[in-house]
Design a protein around this ligand. Structure first.
Ligand code: NAD
Length: 476
């Protein structure tokens, strides 16, 4: 049993009713347990954050930047332990776990820099009207609740935590019950750095704990990353209290491959876009739109590439792809395999769970999938790729945009003018041209349509935790 809630600068045992099993998905077995936080403990965490706010928001931006640099440094010091824990609890291959850690380190470093620039943003506003002066003040939003999923635990939390602390907010973080140990590092680092008690609180738990946080009337803002169904409940709670909310939700993103592409290179991009993190990415490019002139050459190469991936336990084998992270996710993906069989889809690769212990599935490719198939329209969150052919650029754009989601897209073409034109026409928050899943801390993250509200990363990620105030003075 692990003590895993960090409230008001102290580690405490959970007093909730849910017992959380922490699993190794490659074995399908638990390796730790913890009790969820109770509703009363969530309340204590919010009160601690409220109590810590006046002093934290009065710290200088450079003081906050020093803490953020400390987070980056201390993450680096815990490198091997955090990589191993992600491999064990998420099933991530080592190179992916390393990239996640580096991403989290870069995020804290970046927001340390942005925090240092904050004083220069509080500047005078030139007015056309005579007799008045005005100045801008960027203030922290206040106490923020951060609710995150399990697929990139270190990263998703860093994308919220670093800008929130940089802005001068105090926070209550609720990690996913699937990966409740990884973000404990942030509490341990807060301890090691002497971060004032209550500035960062961490409560673990399932839906009940999440709902207690998102319904709490002591928050000034909630930032949520997760599924659309929970996101809409979180939005309802925010609307009941007329409180701002950031939502990073699901996706069903397109990868558009024009027939002037190098087939081998395109196959690499397509495979990475659907098998990284075993396809458990909001940004997975799970709808392949391939131009007719290249489709017959590309699909067999893609089939072979998927079949040749090494799938296994990242802790004991050299692997390209690990298991799905939870049994629930494994059952969900297996359900889509059954739907595909019922719909009579043409399966070119995979389409089944692996016959071994743990929550493994084969990398999967369905070809010529009808537009109204559930596999074409719904987020699966696994290594399941659906392909359709297109004839013209206009058709590719129309089909890519024909989705209730709008998170990301990839465009592959040797004609860069065309690729830029298509990128501009796609209704999404981020487009990659001739690259895949390349996320930089300076660019924004977030979606249009059903993929969410607001943006993380870059200066937009910081603005999400700031409130704009103007002070106008009569000079007369
Ligand atoms: P989820 O919505 O089930 O859970 C997300 C978090 O919400 C967890 O911490 C969970 O405990 C909590 N929660 C559950 N019920 C709640 C409730 N009623 N009130 C408040 N909180 C509650 O999502 P998941 O299965 O953990 O993650 C997968 C989903 O996340 C996918 O849809 C994926 O696309 C999305 N996601 C989006 C992004 C993005 O940046 N857009 C990134 C990663 C994941």
């Amino acid at each position: 049993m692990t003590t895993s809630h960090y409230i008001a600068g102290r580690w405490v045992e959970g007093q909730g009713s849910d017992c959380i099993s922490v699993n190794d998905p490659a074995l399908g077995q638990p390796f730790a347990e913890l009790m969820a936080a109770s509703v009363a403990q969530v309340d204590q965490a919010v009160s601690a954050a409220r109590g810590a706010l006046p002093a934290w928001k009065s710290t200088s931006a450079s003081e906050r930047a020093a803490y953020l640099r400390g987070f980056a440094e201390q993450l680096g010091q815990r490198r091997e332990a955090l990589i191993t824990l992600q491999m064990r609890n998420n099933g991530k291959p080592r190179h992916e776990a390393e990239i996640d850690l580096d991403d989290a380190i870069a995020t804290f470093g970046y927001y340390a820099e942005l925090a240092e620039q904050l004083p220069s943003k509080n500047r005078d506003v030139p007015l056309a009207a005579p007799g008045f002066s005005a100045r801008t003040r960027l203030e922290p939003v206040g106490v923020v609740g951060l609710i995150v999923p399990w697929n990139f635990p270190l990263v998703t939390s860093a994308w919220k935590l670093a800008p929130a602390l940089a802005a001068g907010c105090t926070v209550v973080l609720k990690p996913s019950e699937v990966t409740p140990l990884i973000e404990q590092a942030y509490g341990q680092i807060a301890d090691a750095l002497g971060l004032p008690a209550g500035v960062l609180n961490i409560v673990n738990g399932k839906a009940e704990t999440g709902a207690a946080l998102s319904n709490h009337n002591g928050l000034d803002k909630l930032s949520f990353t997760g599924s659309n169904s929970v996101g809409s409940q979180v939005m309802r709670s925010a609307s009941a209290q007329c409180r701002p909310v950031t939502l990073e939700l699901g996706g069903k993103s397109a990868i558009v491959v024009f027939d002037d592409c190098d087939v081998g290179q395109a196959v690499e991009w397509i495979v990475a876009g659907i098998t990284w993190n075993a396809g458990q990415m909001c940004s997975a490019t799970s709808r392949l739109l391939v131009q007719e002139g290249i489709a017959d050459a590309l699909l067999p190469r893609l089939q072979a590439a998927l079949e040749n991936l090494r799938v296994g336990n990242p802790l004991s084998e050299e692997v390209d792809m690990g298991p799905l992270t939870s049994q629930a996710q494994w059952l969900k993906v297996a359900g889509y395999f059954a739907t595909a069989r019922e719909e009579g889809l043409q399966c070119l690769a995979g389409g089944k769970a692996l016959d071994r212990d743990g929550w493994f599935v084969s990398p999967t490719l369905y070809a010529d999938v009808p537009k109204d198939s559930r596999l074409w329209t719904e987020e699966i969150f696994g290594p399941v790729l659906c392909a359709r052919r297109f004839a013209t650029e206009e058709q590719a754009i129309a089909e890519a945009n024909d989705s209730r989601f709008g998170l990301v897209a990839t465009v592959c073409s040797a004609d860069l003018e065309r690729a830029e034109r298509v990128a501009d026409a796609l209704e999404v928050g981020h487009v990659w041209i001739n690259s895949v899943q390349a996320v930089f801390v300076e660019t924004s993250w977030g979606g249009t349509k059903g993929s969410g509200i607001g943006r993380e990363l870059g200066p937009w990620g910081l603005s999400a935790y700031q409130s704009v105030k103007h002070v106008t003075r009569c000079l007369g």
